[in-house]
Design a protein around this ligand. Structure first.
Ligand code: BGP
Length: 457
């Protein structure tokens, strides 16, 4: 069967500054953490060992073109642009981002730009990071500077990439710096991130720029083990905590009442100011990026909560391993293609069919060298992964969902946070030692799909 996509569908991929650029002046939390605890990073490989986009941006953009991208998302590094977070703008950074943006446009590739992709300037973390409202103000200033510098040419802005991840990693589950485990502080970080988002949206609207502004959220549909009311309730609470804690403020301009009631009953609400709610209402977006990797399956808890243990989302559910689930064993994530359709239908039916696109989807695989045939990685599993998801995305569109594009994670194999180079995601293989780039079979498949605006399956 032939799957065709609407005219002007966005085909491309996503990456981020910290994971690709290398060579940076301003220090981020990642640089600081790596210096102190290199053992936390796979094989002791840190955030300076990247795919060297800072040097190779021009030839990399040629590769994007070769892959028939019509759009590409990356992020601006706050720490590169304003090394101490709040002071002087670094003119070399301005030159660099201007060159990248201009070259993308020159090559017919629409730039999508994220303002914050997990890379907090260390100077900002030193004063408390997102727990401090001064950092919220500093971010708003940074956002405004970016709009003024690049807003004449960048028409698709994203305030944050997956803002729940620094909350989970840094303040609940110990996989990002500052490795705090404290729900109330996590809730404060999440809340202040929403305020920072809303201030950036306000600044963008006030500047009357020609483009649009949105956010990228990782949505994990919450599936209950069964229809037993206890399981359904568990899935509902997981959905409130992990999806609707950001989805509702940015699309409806307010938090879900039952989330607020729940957190209040456990004394976990952040400190709010009276003027916050009007600001949050102003943060409604034009375009939602959806990152989808895996579903979340839950059941009601089997055991009582230990009252001495820190308050956690898991007080309300257990994770559920569905028998027969399909796994990506390298990343430990379930592969569930219909999830992409369920997300789109939810946005259609419950969020006014907001304009959206898939901003990340991908499959990280270990030791891809074993699949080399005639010098090229034959990653048929990745082609199956993409086409499987695109089939469900196509069904969503045919049923009226307002999905405008599909971006893969990622373009060239890149540095992946604590996993460094363990799992490779790229359309293009990176030889870390020589920095040589070689297109994988999936890259050729994607180039053809984008060119034809369709694929056969
Ligand atoms: C997303 C992030 C990306 C990327 C991707 C792959 O959550 O936005 O930055 O890293 O996940 O995940 P990982 O690198 O953890 O394997």
């Amino acid at each position: 069967m032939k799957y065709s996509f609407p005219e002007h569908f966005w085909w491309g991929s996503a990456s981020s500054a910290l994971q690709t650029e290398g060579t940076r002046e301003g220090q981020t939390t990642w640089d600081y953490w790596f210096d102190r605890e290199p053992n936390r990073f796979h094989n002791g490989v840190g955030p300076q060992q990247t795919s060297t986009f800072y040097q190779h941006w021009k030839t990399d953009i040629q590769l994007l073109k070769q892959l028939n991208h019509n759009s590409f998302r990356t992020s601006i590094s706050w720490a590169r642009l304003i090394p101490d977070g709040i002071g002087e703008v670094n003119p070399q950074a301005v030159d660099f981002y201007n060159q990248v943006i201009d070259e993308l446009i020159e090559q017919g590739i629409t730039p999508f730009i994220t303002l914050f992709h997990f890379d907090m300037p260390m100077a900002m973390q030193e004063i408390g990071g997102w727990e401090n409202r001064d950092v919220v103000e500093a971010y708003a200033r940074y956002a405004q500077i970016c709009f003024e510098l690049f807003g004449d040419r960048v028409l698709h802005w994203f305030t944050f990439n997956e803002p729940i991840v620094p909350v989970e990693g840094g303040y609940l589950y110990d996989f990002h710096y500052p490795n705090v485990v404290d729900f109330r502080r996590a809730a404060t970080v999440a809340y202040h991130t929403v305020l920072a988002h809303a201030l950036a949206v306000r600044a963008y609207r006030a500047g009357h720029y020609a483009g649009e502004i949105g956010i990228v959220l990782n949505l994990t549909p919450s599936y209950p083990r069964s229809q037993n009311p206890a399981d359904v309730k568990a899935a509902h609470i997981a959905d409130l905590m992990f999806n609707r804690s950001f989805l509702d403020p940015v699309l409806r301009g307010e938090y879900p009442a039952d989330l607020v009631t729940l957190l209040k009953s456990y004394d976990q609400l952040p400190a709010c100011k009276p003027e916050d709610s009007a600001l949050i209402a102003e943060g409604k977006i034009d375009l939602l990026g959806v990152n989808y990797y895996q579903p979340r399956r839950v059941k009601c808890r089997d055991s009582a909560v230990n009252p001495q243990a820190p308050f956690m989302p898991e007080w309300f559910f257990d994770n559920y391993e569905m028998p027969g689930r399909k796994m990506n064993p390298y990343r430990g994530w379930e592969i569930y293609e219909p999830g992409i359709y369920d997300i789109l239908v939810n946005l259609r039916d419950n969020y006014g069919n907001t304009r959206c696109f898939i901003s990340e989807n991908g499959m990280g695989v270990e030791n891809e060298q074993r699949f080399i045939e005639n010098g090229q990685i034959n990653d048929q599993y990745r082609i199956d992964f993409i086409s499987g998801h695109l089939t469900w995305l196509h069904k969503g569109i045919s049923e009226g969902c307002n999905c405008l594009g599909y971006h893969m994670w990622t373009f060239i194999d890149n540095w992946s946070w604590c996993n460094a180079y363990k799992n490779r995601y790229g359309f293009i293989q990176l030889d870390l030692d020589t920095q040589q780039r070689t297109v994988k079979k999936s890259g050729e498949w994607f180039a053809a799909t984008s060119l034809n605006n369709s694929f056969d399956k």
